[in-house]
Design a protein around this ligand. Structure first.
Ligand code: DAH
Length: 340
């Protein structure tokens, strides 16, 4: 029996060492400790031993049983741990992994500028109106008092669709549409795309954006024009900004002026952006509405007067954000656009 126990002990341990699954450990347990298990049989056979043999064998059997039970437990624990490790490996869930995020876009800097400008004028009591990009020659030139031989009417300066139709070269035809549709008094702004056959460079694009403003009422003067534009410039660019009104010529206003604004970069000190003048040039054109234009729209210039202005939105956005090249605004490069 001693030998039998020793063999059982060795075999069981060897089997356990080879067991790689919990099921195998369980079947080993059953093989030795199950109801008909080998160890169970031996323990049952104790009764047949002699009185002298029984305690010795009993002690030895207990020792073997304890050792095997311990070995079974240990193997089971080891395999359970291994099973969890394998499971973790298989699931491979890394909570620190960053997922690919879909970034929300936003308004284009030009549209942001356009909206900001419109909102400012809305606060000042203006109404926003909208109009077509394909315009009549009548609205774009004739009704605006532009002489038939004005250079801007030249084929090289205007995209004609046919003799009477064109892509608007400025937003000023919105003055005509507003006065004809709404009559006097009125206070409107209108912004949108305009087109000219310019060669593309860092400050020119065949398509750009303007905002037009028009006020018609009784007793409107140049002082109202200057005050309105000064308030607007300070609101938009900042209190420290100065304006400079230079005499100019436009067919649809008399007198006419071009307005310069303190250079944003150097605040007037002079730098390479403003060619050391301290001024950002030609941000807007303005003037008192020419009596002929009022007449063309059925408004009596002896009763009403008005002022108008047109500003380049692209220019303003470039000045405001310090953008050196207008092409960046239309290039659709996300690396550029996402900054705004
Ligand atoms: N339409 C002019 C241009 O494109 C800008 C302009 C000048 C608009 C004077 C006006 C104005 O309303 O009064 O250059």
């Amino acid at each position: 029996m001693r030998e039998q126990l020793q063999n059982l002990h060795d075999q069981a341990l060897e089997a356990l060492e080879k067991a790689n699954h919990l099921e195998e450990v369980e079947s080993i347990r059953l093989k030795y400790f199950g109801k008909k298990g080998e160890m169970t049989q031996i323990l049952r056979g104790m009764g047949k031993l002699s009185k002298e043999e029984r305690p010795k064998m009993g002690a030895l059997a207990n020792e073997v049983r304890e050792k095997l039970e311990k070995a079974l437990e240990e193997r089971k624990a080891l395999l359970e741990e291994k099973k969890i490790d394998l499971q973790m490996e298989a699931e491979d869930l890394d909570v620190t992994l960053t997922k690919e995020t879909i970034r929300l876009g936003h308004r284009h800097p030009l549209l942001q500028t356009m909206e900001e400008l419109e909102n400012l004028f809305i606060e000042m009591g203006f109404t926003v109106v909208d109009g077509p990009e394909i315009e009549s020659v009548e609205n774009n030139f004739d009704a605006l008092n532009s002489p038939k031989d004005h250079p801007s009417r030249d084929l090289s300066d205007t995209f004609y669709i046919d003799e009477d139709t064109l892509l608007r070269t400025h937003t000023s035809p919105m003055q005509i549409r507003a006065m004809k549709n709404l009559g006097a008094p009125l206070r409107i702004v209108s912004s949108g795309r305009v087109f000219r056959p310019d060669d593309v460079d860092d400050t020119h694009s065949p398509m750009f954006h303007q905002l037009e403003g028009l006020v018609v009422d009784k007793g409107v003067t140049m002082a109202n024009l200057i005050e309105t534009l000064n308030v607007f410039i300070k609101e938009f660019f900042g209190e420290e900004m100065q304006t400079r009104f230079r005499p100019h010529y436009f067919p649809f206003t008399e007198p006419s002026t071009e307005v310069d604004v303190t250079c944003m970069k150097c605040k007037g000190a002079g730098c390479e952006v403003c060619n050391y003048t301290g001024w950002s040039l030609e941000l807007l054109g303005a003037g008192m509405v020419h009596p002929n234009v009022l007449k063309n729209c059925g408004i009596d210039p002896d009763v009403y007067s008005g002022f108008a202005f047109g500003l380049g939105i692209d220019r303003i956005a470039m000045v405001k954000y310090g953008i050196k090249d207008i092409r960046l605004l239309f290039g659709n490069d996300d690396r550029f656009l996402r900054q705004f």
